[in-house]
Design a protein around this ligand. Structure first.
Ligand SMILES: Cc1cc2nc3c(=O)[nH]c(=O)nc-3n(C[C@H](O)[C@H](O)[C@H](O)COP(=O)(O)OP(=O)(O)OC[C@H]3O[C@@H](n4cnc5c(N)ncnc54)[C@H](O)[C@@H]3O)c2cc1C
Length: 530
């Protein structure tokens, strides 16, 4: 019988590398403690981490908790804030040519008698002026937009770590997170080597046999995790696993990023924002002490200098002093993330787009699946094959949703947006689904796996982007307008209750950080919903 793996080497000390090392050390804690399993992380003193990636997906808290991170300490050290949604603006226009905005919240729309009310919205809610609501789709369906506009936090003052009234994730400082994960990893027994990998050697089976480190010389390999970012030094440069770009579906390949000071540090929005620009989109990720921002654009449609000028104008006064850093993004993925005894993780394995914060969550999923399919020293090809199938399906799922956000946009005002709308290919499964969704709302059975984007997210996106304007659905006839009014009233009552209960976001963060212990901090304004 094949022996269990006794040595894991992680190369790369960014978010991916330290997440991998600390996650595996936590799950194999007993084996690491007894010396039966050794986990080593090697990171270069010369190559910095990418230092972006500050908006996260909803399951991030589960991962931090599993690794054993104290949430309050994380919030304080990483200047973290709560995130309740992604907020899109200026990707589409309405009939009057005005920019449309919409929200993708971390809440599913609740069902009425087992049926999703989105089709009711299409019948009774969407035709503004004619129906019982003037609200947009997410406003009608979810408590989220009102809570975000009021800058509320998701947890009561004095509430427990990792508990909340409504689902959330975080915005956090990427560099501080990597440091915190490093400390936790070392506590769990991970050995750190700060050295540059100069060479990667293969044996006669094509397995990675050793790394040659600049100072420390040869480092033998049993199982190696390549978390070397876009450099991809093992899976890409050494094993030469083919890279499959997504450029036929997605145009953006550059980012200009900057950190911006707050105008009013007490007004912290609990949402990430994605705003359409001339040749891409800009993100706004509010941390406790600053805002992370960036312009994600296509170098085919705008030069770096033009993008920086447009980005600075977009930031306004707060951006006058900043000098954005340009990052070249490698958009696509390696054909197989796991080859022989090397598993690629994070940016070295692939990257779709910063949109919707899928990258760190991908690392989380990759780690969960690695644990589920953890190899023995024989590296059984069936195990590796299944893992790669799952990862490829997962990437396809992400690409479908991200491509959807672009391909059905109706902006025509710049060459970029015309190309997005008319010239880009649509991933085959998405194209098929869009045909289906012209006749029906997205449902559970339409999606591959719902590992990331649920039918609820698809409905929010399609409604937000006005895909359903003017359409009627058979399912809607199962209900009357009275059902719809009843649903709306329930949702409005829920919003009112939450608005009365939840504290101001800034106040909540200060309380968690131990900076505000006054009793007045618990007073929350009562919201009156008209
Ligand atoms: C503009 C932009 C915005 C983004 N926004 C988000 C977001 O909001 N949410 C999200 O989830 N993700 C986002 N991402 C992705 C996110 O930044 C990454 O997934 C995350 O930071 C993990 O990066 P990494 O650890 O894989 O690589 P890196 O941070 O690049 O780390 C690479 C590591 O490899 C080491 N290394 C490289 N070469 C060698 C060598 N020869 N020897 C030894 N060590 C070596 C380096 O020292 C470094 O430690 C964004 C990406 C970009 C480009």
């Amino acid at each position: 019988m094949a022996k269990p793996i006794g040595n894991i080497t992680v190369v790369g000390g960014g978010t991916s590398g330290w997440l991998a090392a600390s996650y595996l050390a936590r799950l194999f804690e007993q084996r690491v403690k007894t010396g039966d399993l050794s986990i080593t992380l090697i990171e270069s003193p010369d190559v910095g981490i990418i230092g972006v990636g500050e908006s996260t997906a909803r399951p991030m808290g589960d991962l931090l908790r599993l690794i054993g991170i104290n949430e309050s300490e994380f919030i304080k050290r990483c200047n973290a804030t709560f995130k309740l949604s992604g907020w899109f603006a200026n990707w589409d226009i309405d009939e009057a040519g005005k920019p449309v905005s919409w929200v993708n919240p971390f809440f599913s729309q609740s069902d009425i008698h087992g049926l999703n009310p989105a089709s009711l919205f299409a019948s009774y809610g969407m035709h503004r002026g004619g129906g019982p609501t003037d609200e947009g789709f997410t406003e009608a369906m979810s408590v989220c937009p009102d809570i975000i506009r009021a800058h509320k936090g998701p947890r009561l003052l004095g509430g427990e770590d990792y508990k909340s009234e409504i689902p959330y994730s975080y915005h956090m400082d990427a560099i501080e997170l990597a440091k915190m994960l490093m400390e936790r990893g070392k506590e769990l027994g991970v050995k750190q080597i700060i050295d540059h990998v100069n060479e990667v050697h293969l044996d006669d089976r094509g397995f990675v046999s050793e790394l040659i480190l600049r100072k420390n010389g040869a480092h033998p390999i049993e199982f190696v995790i390549d978390a070397t970012g876009f450099a991809s030094i093992i899976i890409g440069k050494t094993l030469k696993e083919p890279f499959e770009p997504y450029d036929k579906y997605l145009l953006n390949d550059r980012a200009a990023v900057a950190q911006i000071p707050y105008e009013d540090p007490t007004r912290i929005e609990p949402t990430s924002r994605a705003t359409g620009m001339n040749a891409g989109w800009a993100f706004r990720v509010p941390l406790f002490n600053r805002v992370g921002s960036g312009y994600i654009y296509s170098s085919k449609f705008i030069s770096d200098d033009e993008a920086i000028a447009e980005f600075k104008a977009h930031i306004g006064d707060g951006g006058r002093e900043v000098e954005p850093r340009v990052i070249r993004m490698r958009i696509g993925k390696v054909r197989r993330a796991w080859v022989k005894n090397c598993l690629a993780l994070g940016l070295s394995s692939g990257f779709v787009e910063p949109l919707e914060a899928t990258a760190i969550y991908s690392v989380q999923v990759q780690l969960q699946w690695l644990f589920g399919y953890f190899p023995n020293s024989d590296f059984n090809p069936a195990v590796i094959k299944r893992y790669n199938q799952l990862i490829n399906g997962f990437y396809d799922e992400i690409v479908d949703f991200i491509a959807l956000l672009f391909c059905i946009s109706n902006r025509e005002d710049t060459p970029y947006w015309r190309a997005v709308r008319h010239d880009m290919e649509i991933p085959p499964r998405l194209a098929e689904n869009l045909e289906l969704w012209r006749a029906n709302m997205p449902g559970d059975l339409d999606l591959r796996s719902m590992t990331f984007f649920s039918p609820s997210s698809y409905r929010s996106a399609l409604m937000g982007k006005q895909f359903y304007k003017g359409r009627e659905y058979a399912a809607a006839s199962l209900f009357s307008e009275a059902n719809w009014r009843q649903y709306l009233n329930m949702r409005r009552q829920k919003t009112k209750d939450l608005m009365a209960k939840l504290p101001d976001h800034y106040t909540l963060l200060r309380r968690i950080r131990g900076e505000d212990t006054s009793p007045s901090a618990s007073v929350t304004p009562i919201y009156i919903n008209s």
